[in-house]
Design a protein around this ligand. Sequence first.
Ligand SMILES: [Fe+2]
Ligand SMILES: [Fe+2]
Length: 324
Amino acid sequence: MKRRDFVKGTALTALGASIIAPLETLAGSRETHLESDDLSNAVVADDNYPLNFVAIGDWGRNGEYRQKEVADQMGKWAATHANKFIVSVGDNFYPKGVVSENDPLWHYSFENVYTAHSLQYDWYPVLGNHDYGTDPEAQVRYSKVSRRWNMPALYYSKEIDIDKQSGKALLVFIDTQPIVYDFKEREPEKQLQWLDQTLANAPADVKWKIVIGHHPCYTVGPRIKNYDTLSIRKALSGIFEKHKVDVYLSGHEHSLQHLKADGHTHQFISGAGSELTEVTAGTPYCRFQASEHGFMYFSINAGKLRVNAINDEGRVLYETILSR
Ligand SMILES: [Fe+2]
Ligand SMILES: [Fe+2]
């Protein structure tokens, strides 16, 4: 150490000690509570629906195609309605995913778009086909960079308390691209076995089984009969029926839809986070379809599950309530 630094350091230490000692005797506590470090939503959940979450898909376009407007509206909605977390149903980054956890697209298409305080909650994502364009695992690794991006693996599950007395919702997040295109190296059969087991092992207090993936099993958009839709339907329908899955929530089609084909499972598409594609009316198994920018809002209690579709102007386009 140079002499000059030694003198400076010694002087500061002596000065510090002489200031800190009297302050400590004056202060009642070493902790101050002048600023809140609590990000929790100020809106108390409606007693009727203690568990709420927002679902958005097909969004990452550098704020364009009204991505920013949808994000702003989602922020306003989550600031005025109780919300615990955000689900992303994939196609998180166009056109080809992210190249790494340091890709600037994290800023251009995510962090600097979903800026509202009310959106600084846990995001639970799945991947879409576009996310497979470069490094899909980078989106798992980003969970170590971001406090709010929570993607523990390419597929994973969460049991979430509805409230302390009402049991749980089981959310199962799946990785549909390897299933649709049978990427052998990614062992799609193993994932399907895991899905089957996870649903089979659901604890007795699970009131709702919700599966989240990118590709829809049914749609009234452009992919109504294409390979993707038929392939994922073939892979998942049997498992959904066997375990009485209540809701399958997906994206891929750039619209908002509620579909109820034969069987137990209600299907929702929330893929309107940026660019839009058309929908057609009049299909018997379709209960709601809108080619409008927006997102969905799910509200859950032990006996009922409510779904709202909200557009980029904050208008509620649709509401449905499912009962157990
Ligand atoms: Fe998409
Ligand atoms: Fe897609």
